[in-house]
Design a protein around this ligand. Structure first.
Ligand code: M6R
Length: 355
């Protein structure tokens, strides 16, 4: 049941600290060299990694491809429905990873079959034991998020990001390995709990419902978070939402920005990336857009943001997971205020078994 929550989605959002703990159990220690893992044990470094996925899982794949490249592994993310049409280099040393919480998404299964025909090795990253993806791939990495009933993917997305961080660390070359990430993954469930406990997303939802459109922006690893923030928002609120790479705003989307289009930006870390996103925040603020910044406090954002959604400081690879929790709660609260059928949005199914 819903354990007292009005919706499965809210229950599942709140279960994330536990899901994250289950996902890292045994694996994060393995990175320290002590425990084996059924998904990645003995997996050699491939010549390249190709991710195939749809929807929210594709956003996870974009994050995974960035992390792998930073770890010194060639990696690309493909929309599963486009993979067949995309000529791309595949050898017997190529690893194709299907990121699919259900393990039953037809587009993803079909891309994995094409990968197999092309001679690649395949890995399913899935939440469902015995799913088609798990049965058909050479290897399975189980997310262990626990059952997800709401059509909107929440805890499976967060655990996908963790799984992909673990994969990146597993495949990293000597230069790419990052012991700080191991510590950050261990600390993540507590930080996630803190975000859930202290989130002001409900107040922000109250302030900004009934606007014309909602835009989400981020750079680097926060770009997939912007895309995911917008997808979740449109999926359950039925309001128009779009995610953009922050730097792309002035190449077109800025024409849409008005005083009735709130812009949600992720600004975290003290590097150039955050400073540049902050510059984009100033651009939209100058066009009167209401601005909400998800901030870890490392940039001075108060002067530009109408509202701040705070997250604790953490490793660059775990910040996106924490930032996304704020966007999940925001989408949930706006949808709830609008009286939407949050767990079963119109026209959508939990797993999409047709191409
Ligand atoms: O089961 P999968 O991860 O393969 O599903 C892929 C998408 O259909 C899914 O993520 C969809 O975008 C969600 N409903 C988003 O919340």
């Amino acid at each position: 049941g819903k354990s007292g929550y009005d919706h499965y989605m809210l229950k599942e959002i709140n279960e994330q600290p536990l899901s994250l703990r289950q996902c890292t159990r045994g694996r994060v220690d393995e990175l320290a060299g002590t425990v084996g893992d059924e998904g990645l044990d003995g997996l050699d470094r491939p010549d390249r990694v190709q991710f195939v996925a749809c929807g929210t899982s594709y956003h996870a794949a974009l994050y995974g491809a960035s992390l792998l490249r930073a770890a010194g592994v060639q990696a690309d993310a493909y929309l599963a429905s486009e993979y067949a049409m995309t000529p791309c280099p595949v050898t017997s040393e190529t690893l194709v990873v299907g990121v699919t919480q259900s393990g039953e998404t037809a587009d993803t299964l079909s891309a994995l079959r094409i990968a197999d025909d092309r001679g690649a090795r395949t890995l399913a990253m899935t939440n469902v034991v015995g799913s088609s993806a798990a049965r058909e791939c050479d290897r399975t990495f189980l997310l262990r998020a626990g059952p997800e009933i709401g059509v909107a993917a929440t805890k499976t997305f967060s655990t996908q990001l963790v799984g992909l961080a673990v994969l990146a660390e597993h495949l990293a070359d000597a230069e790419g390995a990052d012991p700080d990430l191991v510590t950050a993954l261990r600390d993540l469930p507590d930080l996630a709990q803190q975000v859930l406990d202290e989130s002001r997303a409900a107040e922000v939802a109250e302030e900004f419902d009934g606007m014309d459109a909602y835009f989400f922006i981020g750079r680097g690893l926060h770009y997939p978070v912007a895309l995911e923030g917008a997808l979740k928002f449109k999926e359950i609120t039925y309001e128009h939402a779009e995610g953009f790479a922050a730097g792309e705003l002035k190449h077109g989307p800025l024409a849409l920005v008005t005083g009735r289009t709130p812009v949600f930006a992720v600004v975290a870390g003290d590097g150039a990336l955050a400073r540049k996103t902050l510059a984009n925040v100033k651009e939209v603020e100058a066009r009167d857009a209401p601005v909400v910044v998800v901030s870890d406090g490392s940039q001075e954002v108060a002067g530009y943001a109408d509202r701040v959604l705070e997250i604790p400081e953490s490793h660059p690879a775990t910040v996106p997971i924490l930032a996304n929790l704020q966007f999940q709660l925001l989408a949930y609260h706006v949808a709830d205020r609008l009286g939407r059928p949050i767990d079963k949005p119109r026209n959508l199914a939990k797993s999409v078994t047709v191409e």
